[in-house]
Design a binder for this molecule. Sequence first.
Ligand SMILES: *[C@@H]1O[C@H](CO)[C@@H](O)[C@H](O)[C@H]1NC(C)=O
Length: 460
Amino acid sequence: MIKSVLIFLALILAAKAATPQQWKSRIIYQLLTDRFSRGNGDNSGCADLGNYCGGTFKGITQNLDYIQNMGFDAIWISPVPVNYQGAYHGYAAIDLYGVNPHFGTEQDLQDLVNACHSRGMYVMLDVVANHVGPVSPDFSVINPFNKSEYYHPYCQINNWNDQHEVEWCWLGTLPDLSQENQYVRSTLKSWINWIVNKYGFDGLRVDTAVEVPKDFWYEFQASAGVYAVGEAFNGDINYVSGYQGPLDAVLNYPLYFLLRNIFAYGGDMYQARDFMNSMKAFKDQTILGNFLDNHDNPRFLYQNGNINRFKNALAWSVVTLGIPIVYYGDEQGFNGGYDPNDREILWPYLKNTNSDMYQFVTKIVKYRKQMQLWNYPWVERYADHNFYCFSMGNAVMAFTNTDNTIQRSVTYNPYKEGDVICNIFWSGDCVTITNGALNVVLLNGEVKLYMPKSMMMEEK
Ligand SMILES: *[C@@H]1O[C@H](CO)[C@@H](O)[C@H](O)[C@H]1NC(C)=O
């Protein structure tokens, strides 16, 4: 009897877990829990971005409309365990089984997950299995890894080309867990299964993936039972693609570097062609985590303040192969620099839903959803030094890295003679396919996303 009840419960839990296939159609909004909303009406500023600013689970729960109204159907939140003093970001755990009291209670976290689920939104939890908070030499304060034998002996990662050093040495002062130790290994695996099922998380973002051996990730992924995307902070496609397999997917750092090169630094747009050829090294590009900005890098607008370049790059990250992740604040044109300046407080802007960037993000997110881009192969349509055009299904996207107004006749396109094709950003900006060509005019560096006019009508 008890056994059959347990099997029944296990089936329910298994059915709830979201697979890579289910994540394909999702679009993720990445936020830092400490920086999104305080949830108590206090909208004053933050004195020190290097310390807690006061964001909470309740604040997120109260402001899900702000996220969902842009069309997002998933959020990525900061790690939740109790952290070392001042570690507002969550990457320096002290107690893996507790909940960071700065963010709220276990119940507040559960309420957030439930509120998302009742809206049809997924919740992705950020997790760390490489290291704990900087407590050395007093490991006794870490729950459950309270002995020095659970860690690699101290050494510093200096040579990032030495994989053994990357896996065995420490990131700064953060004690490096020894996944070779059987207690550490089995406890991390049971912990991830426990936390996913306790709260009902739908997916994971896995910190510092390349700092841990791949054989551990295979087992960790299996225990997690939900889609997991690992952080492999490296632009080398051959190196990064090796972590898809051990984990379901990785964050698409190669794409991040491509978009910086062609849009922020004025690189040749032919790079995109070479890039897409090289990307075939991945087992499955459609489930990679694509992003333009995140909490570990200066924002795009810090590196290039040109709003059209930013719009081109952001649109590309949302419409290409893979699962898009938009970093909070991009929809308000944030331009913070190096950590922690790229971790601004959002609460002064939560009512600012008419801003140009908020409306732009809404359009690109809804375009991806309406056109169901994840169902179609990616096809290059036109490339030169300053112009690049690709399609997925009936959707054609045209980009430029120059402020000059340019015109291109795209003869290799998926449309039929006489079809009327419209740009989603300007009502009435439509062209008729003539002599087989889609005539693309980009004014002063703008990006255009096209769809058949017949589909624009359906939107109403
Ligand atoms: C470590 O934690 C275990 C389990 O709570 C406990 O039995 C043990 O005494 C602790 N050891 C140290 C060194 O704190």
